[in-house]
Design a protein around this ligand. Structure first.
Ligand code: IMP
Length: 432
């Protein structure tokens, strides 16, 4: 066993950053495979807090870090992050960027904003980082890739063609000022010059590392319910956070993936718009938001909070082939009694155990809950499953029963020490 894919099992913000950080210690290479600077995580290591958006958190442990071809890269943001990490005394030479990753330009961000405004009430609630428009260019075969930034003539040709269309849209449809070719070209050639040392064929790099038996951790951004195909379309991001995305977004075949772990909070949260069956728009929801510090890392937006939904977790097990769950924020639920977990939905009088794919059905879904007693004892100092209070053990066991997969990692507080593993991430299952 040498490769592990880590995915978000809910709507993103499950605390993947912390889990990656803990697992990265056991890894040699950490790979980001989709999304862009829309993701954000906070890593606390060596008494220091790092806020990262693009570079995998493995960098704070001196690991080789890869930004794969499936990522959309904002060069300005990336170079800024590199300077920040260098300033922290970290070895940034270990960061590698795929020459096939697509590049975000300022007009992608402008279009992201303009399109959100146009959608009005039907807005998606994007992070406005240009993610959707950059992936639109990629799929339309008009995208500009990192490798193009190293070739000024190719870049000029592609940018010129793109600006013709983009400026038409921005000026004629939205009545806003367009972008000027020469200024943009100059800026992005300079980005290319500064990016050059990091750029390589990362598919070759990762596969060679696997050949050598190194431990490779694939770090998903966002989560299952934001997946372009398997999430609550159209309230999704424009990439593939599910496990299959790791293969596509890194150039590693599915036969080389050994294990997939889904990260989930002990409850559910969501930023942005769209249906959320177990949402609590009451004092209990507020209680979870305050106790769990549920405010977005990237946008600072308050997150919508609700009960744990095992329909969603089973969907994640299904579409990503999860071999286990990492359960975060268990401590947040201390003192909340009784607890509820959704085990199925009722949709138009029909009992449903799988996730309705149609948005109107999901919006109409009434969760069917199982009630559990919960616990009052603080658990921040617990480091083994058997030392958890009976109510917390029961909560975890019911999640295992409803999802059919083991909870392999439990987090009982914000620091990395407040986490315990119930398995060997790159080996056999650990006996407790
Ligand atoms: P976009 O990825 O900026 O296009 O936003 C699309 C949807 O994904 C919106 O609902 C965002 O709030 C959500 N989203 C994007 N990135 C994250 C993330 O890292 N955590 C949680 N939600 C995210």
């Amino acid at each position: 066993m040498s490769t592990l894919v880590l995915v978000g099992s809910q709507w993103g913000d499950e605390g993947k950053g912390k889990v990656t950080d803990v697992l990265a210690e056991h890894a040699d290479v950490v790979v980001r495979y989709q999304g862009g600077a829309n993701a954000g995580h906070t890593v606390v290591a060596g008494g220091r807090t790092y806020k990262l958006h693009l570079v995998p958190s493995g960098i704070v442990h001196g690991k080789t870090c890869v930004i794969g071809n499936g990522v959309v890269l904002d060069p300005e943001h990336f170079l800024h992050e590199v300077e920040y990490l260098r300033g922290c005394g970290l070895d940034v030479d270990r960061i590698h960027v795929s020459d096939a990753a697509h590049v975000i330009f300022p007009y992608h961000k402008t279009l992201d904003e303009l399109e959100e405004e146009r959608r009005g009430e039907g807005r998606i609630g994007t992070t406005r980082r240009g993610i959707g428009p950059a992936y639109m260019d990629k799929v339309a075969r008009a995208g500009i890739r990192v490798g193009d930034l190293l070739r000024p003539e190719t870049l000029r040709r592609k940018l010129e063609a793109n600006l013709e269309q983009v400026n038409h849209l921005i000026e004629k449809v939205y009545g806003r000022p367009g972008f000027e070719l020469d200024a943009l070209l100059e800026q992005y050639v300079e980005f290319g010059r500064r990016l050059r040392p990091f750029v390589t064929d990362t598919a070759v790099l990762i596969n060679r590392a696997i050949d050598r038996g190194e431990h490779v951790l694939f770090e998903g951004a966002q989560g299952t319910m934001l997946d372009l195909d398997h999430g609550t379309y159209p309230y999704v991001t424009s990439s593939y956070p599910t496990a299959g995305g790791a293969c596509l977004g890194s150039g590693v075949g599915p036969t080389r993936i050994d294990r997939v772990v889904g990260v989930a909070k002990a409850y559910t949260s969501r930023v942005g718009d769209g249906p959320f069956p177990t949402e609590l728009r009451d004092a209990t929801g507020d209680w979870i938001r305050e106790k769990g510090h549920e405010y977005g890392t990237t946008t600072g937006r308050p997150r919508r909070c609700g009960w744990l939904d095992t329909v969603i977790l089973r969907h994640s097990v299904l579409v990503s082939g999860l071999s286990g769950l990492a359960l975060n924020h268990l401590d947040t639920l201390t003192g909340l009694r009784p607890l509820k977990i959704a085990v199925a939905y009722e949709v138009d009088g029909e009992h449903r155990e799988t996730l309705p794919r149609q948005l109107d059905e999901l919006a109409a879904a009434r969760p069917i809950y199982e009630e559990l007693p919960g616990w009052d004892e603080p658990i921040g100092d617990v480091r083994a499953f058997d030392d958890l209070p009976a109510g917390a053990r029961q909560y975890v066991q019911r999640i295992e029963a409803w999802t059919g997969v083991p909870v392999v990692m439990i987090s009982v507080g914000p620091s990395r020490e407040q986490t315990f593993l119930r398995f060997e991430p790159f080996g056999g299952r650990r006996a407790e």
